[in-house]
Design a protein around this ligand. Structure first.
Ligand SMILES: C[S@@+](CC[C@H](N)C(=O)[O-])C[C@H]1O[C@@H](n2cnc3c(N)ncnc32)[C@H](O)[C@@H]1O
Length: 341
């Protein structure tokens, strides 16, 4: 029953916690240390009206962020996590800036099979084509969410992918060029191509120029939703990180078939993904299961964070097999090395 009421009020609790953090109240109470702070003191420190500070702090008390004694509030361990934990911040900012308004239309998105919630950001058919035109704060939260997870997995994946010393590597969905930059720094001879939508390649170009790597990496503009769109051929490695979750199962099969054509004889395809059945704990699985609804409502209306068996099915349909798999690469990712079957 208690859990059900937490869910019933979840959007209210979410906003209360976020505003407590953003307004500086959590920081003020944290700085006050042991004796804690009254509502009046917190309101003064955070420069908020007493009424607003009072209702927020009482909501935070109910949510478990504060303890109270003789009218003085102190932060609980949960309050400290809310204030300091980077993953919580990244997830909350993403939910607020990218998803919150659009999620109101989840029911229509499910029924219509399109991201109705994306209308809250303008008239686009997928978030990927919209990204470079979205307000700065929305972009910042989107990239922070995307990078938070892949940044931790890339260094662990790098030696596994370079074990066979690939000479030609394509990074599909290369985004801001982070993986390509790591590859270029890791191996001075590998020729790298980033494949992505033209709007996104502008971000990659900026990163590569800044790092002096523009001469090492080719950019190949391409919309993989177009079934005729071909990939650079004769590749020793085709790499896809947090990419296939952007597509429906049918679209994945179509992309994998084209990757198959792009591989040199003996070449390997590496998939770095977050599967909800391969997580080290229930909380991580929960986060991925909820993230799926961002894809439903905002991203494209037809993809998700997959179960590993979904992807195995797509691989089989495309004539590919997993040769080797590593779980918990970084912390939450699975790396799959695949070959033509
Ligand atoms: C979730 S991001 C992953 C970025 C990066 N690989 C990482 O691991 O952090 C997905 C990437 O796929 C690209 N993408 C999405 N749809 C695409 C399409 N139809 N054709 C080509 N690229 C696409 C996006 O622009 C974005 O850069």
């Amino acid at each position: 029953m208690a859990e059900a009421q937490r869910i019933a009020f979840a959007p209210v609790v979410f906003q209360a916690c976020r505003v407590l953090r953003e307004s500086g109240i959590l920081e003020c109470v944290r700085n006050a240390g042991k004796p804690g702070m009254t509502v009046e003191e917190a309101a003064r420190s955070a420069q908020l009206p007493r009424y607003g500070a009072k209702v927020l702090m009482e909501a935070g008390l109910g949510a478990g962020l504060f303890d109270i004694e003789s009218g003085r509030f102190t932060l609980t361990p949960l309050g400290i996590v809310m204030l300091r934990d980077p993953m919580t911040r990244v997830n909350m900012d993403f939910v607020h800036d990218v998803c919150y308004r659009g999620l109101f239309d989840l029911d229509r998105s499910v029924r219509e099979g399109r991201p109705v919630g994306l209308e809250s950001h303008g008239g686009w058919s997928t978030v990927y084509e919209a990204l470079s035109s979205l307000p700065e704060q929305v972009q910042r939260s989107w990239f922070a969410f995307d990078h938070y997870y892949s940044d931790r997995a890339f260094p662990a994946a790098l030696p596994l992918v370079f074990g066979d010393r690939p000479r030609r590597l394509t990074d599909i969905g290369g985004n801001t060029g982070k993986w390509a930059s790591l590859c270029a720094a890791h191996d001075s001879e590998v020729a790298i191509t980033i494949v992505d939508l033209p709007q996104q390649l502008a971000f990659a170009r900026e990163t590569l120029n800044r790092r002096g790597l523009a001469g090492r990496v080719s950019l190949h503009a391409c919309d993989l939703l177009d079934p005729q769109a071909a990939l650079p051929v004769d590749q020793d490695v085709v790499w896809m990180s947090q990419f296939l979750d952007c597509f429906s199962e049918d679209q994945i099969v179509s992309i994998l078939r084209r990757v198959r054509q792009a591989l040199a004889p003996g070449g390997a395809m590496y998939i770095l993904e977050l599967f909800w059945d391969r997580q080290p704990n229930g909380t991580a699985a929960f986060c991925l299961q909820q993230t799926s609804l961002y894809f439903t409502c905002i991203a494209n209306g037809n993809s998700q964070m997959y179960h590993s068996s979904d992807l195995h099915r797509c691989l089989a349909a495309a004539g590919m097999v997993v040769e080797r798999e590593w779980d918990q690469v970084g912390q939450y990712h699975t790396l799959q090395k695949c070959r033509v079957s």
